[in-house]
Design a protein. Structure first.
Length: 157
């Protein structure tokens, strides 16, 4: 048995180790190069996102103004409170100072929320309805200078 152990090599030779390391290095470099290239679908989706971003961007003449938070109780109940934080999107050329109109819009929103009931604002349809009503009121209050109202937070307690 000792003659068999002496005739078998103890491990891989230096030449085999160098070849194995070279093969692993080449494979790793090829995989790294493949992962570094964007896939064709990623390139197309990035182009689509850029096009959508440009189309969805508000015109340069629009502005964004945060309304003061509104806290009030809902109509028909003195123990259900609502807190609304909203912002308006307006035409900056037609409305150079949105502060005055924002105060009027906030007062109008407060009056509206005092008449709303919990049943009117429940669920996604109720939320969509309240957003549409508040947006319409903001447009009317500003004589069309406000283009949209964005509800940032709405908490009912």
């Amino acid at each position: 048995m000792s003659t068999e152990a002496a005739s078998m090599p103890a491990g891989p030779s230096m030449k085999q180790t160098i070849i194995a390391a070279a093969v692993v290095t080449v494979i790793a470099a090829a995989m790294g190069a493949l992962f570094a290239l964007p896939l064709p679908t990623q390139v197309e989706s990035q182009k689509d996102k850029a096009a959508i971003g440009e189309a969805a961007r508000a015109p340069a003449a629009s502005g964004f103004f945060d309304l003061p938070p509104i806290v009030t109780n809902l109509g028909g109940s003195s123990d259900i409170w609502i807190r609304l934080e909203a912002s308006i999107v307006y035409d900056a050329k037609a409305l150079p100072h949105p502060e005055a109109v924002a105060g009027e819009i906030a007062a109008d929103e407060l009056a509206y929320l005092r008449t709303a009931t919990l049943a009117q604002i429940e669920g996604p349809i109720g939320m969509q309805g309240i957003r549409q009503d508040l947006t319409e009121r903001a447009k009317i209050r500003s004589a069309g200078k406000v283009t949209d109202l964005i509800i940032r937070t709405l908490v009912v307690q």
